[in-house]
Design a protein around this ligand. Structure first.
Ligand SMILES: [Zn+2]
Ligand SMILES: [Zn+2]
Length: 284
């Protein structure tokens, strides 16, 4: 794997000359101001998938030279605004500017949560269609991932062209939840059988054991909260207790703007590093 920052003047592309690229639009926490929030564009050949679209994402995409309206495939990990605050724009641009529905890959029960709790207020009431206000399917080409297992936790699979995705439930909110089953729905991903992207999660050693420890997993991108332990994210101190071989392939993401204060501690603990915003991670 090599890391290739976007060169000055280079535009973020929705196709890749390499086999698989992850482009980190942002690597910051929910309240980051210097960094963008954490979201990633997966690109392989002519296929792409945007994973999360936070409040800062449309502007960040534009800044990287990729108009938000050109995104055609989306996956959402959970309904915090740093992961969905920008998708109303994708919805409205799709319906009223491009007149084309982008595809969204989403389990049915999570579609209801995303629409009823978050998107309907800004999207449903712009027009009546056949006497009814609009619904989720008026904005999205809905694709259902295939449920493959409930063990070790709820898991689904889907393909976006040549990109293979496996998604699974994580333990994010509330902070008192005892397990993934007890948590409000949030998801992590295994990308092309070789990359674990945890999404937002509290420290969860079972998740690493079941989805990240295998030899075929070459890189782990993990939620990391710096400076304190507690709340709804995995802390640097908690992650530091993981085995050395796991930390050696673990890149930290979703961190605070002042991350450089923890750079030495993370290096000493043996992590692969802090994920770099505005860079491609290119996998052979
Ligand atoms: Zn977040
Ligand atoms: Zn979150």
């Amino acid at each position: 794997m090599r890391i290739a920052p976007l060169a000055a003047g280079e535009k973020l592309s929705l196709s890749s000359p390499d086999k698989l690229r992850l482009f980190f639009i942002g690597t910051g926490s929910a309240f980051s101001k210097v960094l963008n929030q954490t979201n990633v564009l997966i690109v392989k050949g002519n296929d792409h998938l945007l994973v999360d679209c936070g409040t800062k994402t449309p502007q960040a995409l534009f800044t990287f030279g990729c108009p938000p309206g050109s995104i055609q495939n989306v996956f959402i990990t959970h309904t915090h605004a740093d992961h969905i605050g920008g998708i109303e724009e994708i919805c409205l641009v799709g319906r009223y500017v491009n007149k084309k529905k982008p595809a969204i890959y989403i389990p049915e029960y999570f579609e209801n949560i995303l629409w009823d709790y978050s998107l309907a207020g800004g999207c449903a009431y712009n027009e009546r269609s056949g006497g009814k206000f609009l619904g989720f399917g008026d904005f999205w080409d809905i694709r259902r991932p295939a449920r493959v297992s409930r063990k070790p936790r709820e898991t689904w699979e889907f393909n976006v062209g040549s990109i293979k995705l496996r998604i699974f439930r994580t333990k994010h909110i509330p902070d008192s939840a005892a397990s993934w089953e007890d948590s409000f729905p949030s998801f992590g991903l295994v990308i092309d059988e070789k990359i674990l992207f945890t999404g937002d999660t509290r420290f969860d050693a079972d998740l690493i054991r079941d989805y990240g420890a295998q030899k075929k997993i070459k890189a782990i991108f993990h939620d990391c909260q710096l400076f304190f332990t507690g709340g709804v994210h995995a802390s640097l101190d908690e992650l530091s207790t993981l085995p050395r071989e796991i930390k050696a392939k673990m890149f930290l993401m979703h961190y605070q703007d002042a991350w450089e204060k923890s750079a030495d501690a993370a290096k000493k603990a043996g992590f692969a590093g802090f994920t770099r915003q505005g860079a491609y991670y290119v996998f052979p």
